[in-house]
Ligand binder design. Structure first.
Ligand code: ARG
Ligand code: ZN
Length: 451
């Protein structure tokens, strides 16, 4: 039939395990705008019961995007109409959009030629696999050994190396440092590509950017969650979490009626509706050891915002935090790239209270966004996560400020505002890279001058 759920696990072809993937055929994306508190509450319950996925949680008088499986689409639309909840349909068939986003290279042969010419496989015109990204890092390290060192800070759950590019020209003694990571969430492909573009500007275009390269030590980790990134390429385009195996025992425990087994008093919620395919991995932006799991994080391993069993349960967050802590004296800014919504978020994420130096962070944030917008007119909002989006805890930006003591800690939610969402076309890699680099340079100059 046309509308059956064709999950990868069921359609695995023998001999082609890696080509099987989850289809989003006839999945819809709705943008809803609830106007009453009851609506928000009911929608939250519906999420658990019906296998819906909010890409941002429903809030009163603000819009959020919602992924709707085909079998509940009709029910949900009627439900929204009955209750007069405003909504628009962003897409009727997500699978079609997924296929369009990252077209295969026209000819493998011409990419090979290009690669032998440049010494690395990155094209900046499509989203590359982790293998290509590593080749680019290694290329930079070996072609500019005095400027770039590639450091392996640990291994992912699936044993992929976690790599950081350290850019240091040695021109300045004890320079301040800036950390940039991307790809904490697998499906947010524009984040790694933007981190890589920034890396390219600082190295291959050293001459044009001398000032900020010589004045700063840069630490850039383009893919913080390589397992999730690869899984979003190979199997499930919308995968967000890491890929660690949550103990299988746990799944059975949740399946029993003993909902509180794991959480000693806190309600661990599990519903029969959870697709077992979703029960691996941890949300790496809920796993940091700072107000862990207080708000905006899930107890349920099958949910996209699962916080993990304990803070820093994941090798990825452990490796990153250990490394950052080791260099925390030097680090003056922490930037983490996500998508989408075009926002610059500043701490705190876990509370509505503002940090003491909120005005400083606002001031520099505004300047950075002015530079960004000047380039192509892309509008950005600035504020804290609870004021603009939703509160979350155990996130890396809060940890960087609250625990590592890094003053300027920002999350950048890159392009776009939902037209393509996670499926931003590859033609936007370069413009997104350029405008984001403009913002990053503004932050860098400020940090250099206030040092
Ligand atoms: N989209 C990000 C997430 O959900 C936003 C995080 C912003 N930071 C925060 N501390 N709330 O993970
Ligand atoms: Zn994200």
């Amino acid at each position: 039939s046309n509308d059956d759920d064709d999950y990868g696990a069921k359609s695995k072809k023998p001999g082609h395990p890696s080509s099987s993937s989850r289809t989003y055929k006839n999945y819809q994306v709705l943008r809803i705008r609830p106007q009453r508190d009851e609506d928000v509450q009911e929608l939250t319950t519906l999420e658990d019961e019906q296998g819906l996925e909010f890409w941002s949680p429903p809030m009163k008088n603000s819009s959020s995007d919602l992924l709707v499986p085909p079998d509940v689409a009709e029910y949900l639309r009627e439900y929204l109409q009955d209750r007069d909840i405003e909504f628009t349909v962003l897409t009727n068939n997500l699978e079609v959009e997924i296929k369009k986003q990252n077209p295969k290279p026209k000819s493998k042969y011409s990419e090979k030629l290009l690669k032998s010419d440049k010494g690395h496989p990155l094209t900046w015109s499509r989203f590359h696999r982790y293998k290509d990204i590593q080749e680019y890092l290694d290329y930079l390290g070996s072609s500019m050994p005095d400027l770039v060192k590639i450091i392996t800070i640990g291994k992912s759950s699936e044993n992929r190396p976690l790599k950081v590019a350290h850019i240091s020209s040695g021109k300045k003694k004890d320079p301040p440092a800036i950390w940039i990571d991307g790809g904490v969430h697998g499906r947010e492909w524009i984040a790694p590509s933007t981190a890589l573009f920034i890396l390219k500007q600082l190295t291959e275009n050293y001459n044009t950017n001398k000032g900020v390269v010589d004045g700063i030590d840069w630490y850039i980790m383009p893919v913080a969650n390589p397992d999730g990134y690869e899984y979003s390429h190979s199997t499930d385009r919308l995968w967000r979490k890491s890929r660690s195996k949550n103990p299988s025992k746990r799944y059975d425990d949740y399946r029993s009626d003993d909902y509180n087994y794991y959480d000693e008093g806190r309600q661990a919620r599990f519903f029969w509706g959870d697709d077992p395919e979703n029960c691996q991995g941890v949300d790496l932006n809920r796993n940091w050891d700072f107000h862990w799991k207080e708000v905006g994080a899930s107890n349920n391993p099958c949910k996209p915002t699962f916080a993990g069993d304990r803070p820093f349960s994941e090798p990825e967050t452990r490796a990153m935090s250990d490394f950052i802590m080791d260099h925390s004296e030097q680090m003056k800014a922490y930037l983490t790239l996500h998508s989408y919504s075009q926002m610059l978020l500043l701490p705190w994420g876990y509370t509505k209270q503002n940090p003491k130096d909120y005005d400083d962070l606002m001031y520099l944030g505004r300047k950075a966004i002015e530079s960004l917008t000047r380039m192509y007119g892309t509008p950005y909002k600035i504020g804290t996560s609870p004021s603009l989006l939703y509160p979350t805890s155990g996130s890396s930006d809060d940890w960087a400020k609250g625990r590592a003591g890094i003053k300027y800690s920002y999350t950048l939610e890159l392009r776009d505002k939902g037209t393509f969402g996670f499926l931003l076309p590859a033609t936007q890699i370069v413009p997104t890279g350029r405008e984001t680099f403009a913002a990053v340079k503004t932050i860098a100059k400020h940090v250099m001058n206030s040092d």
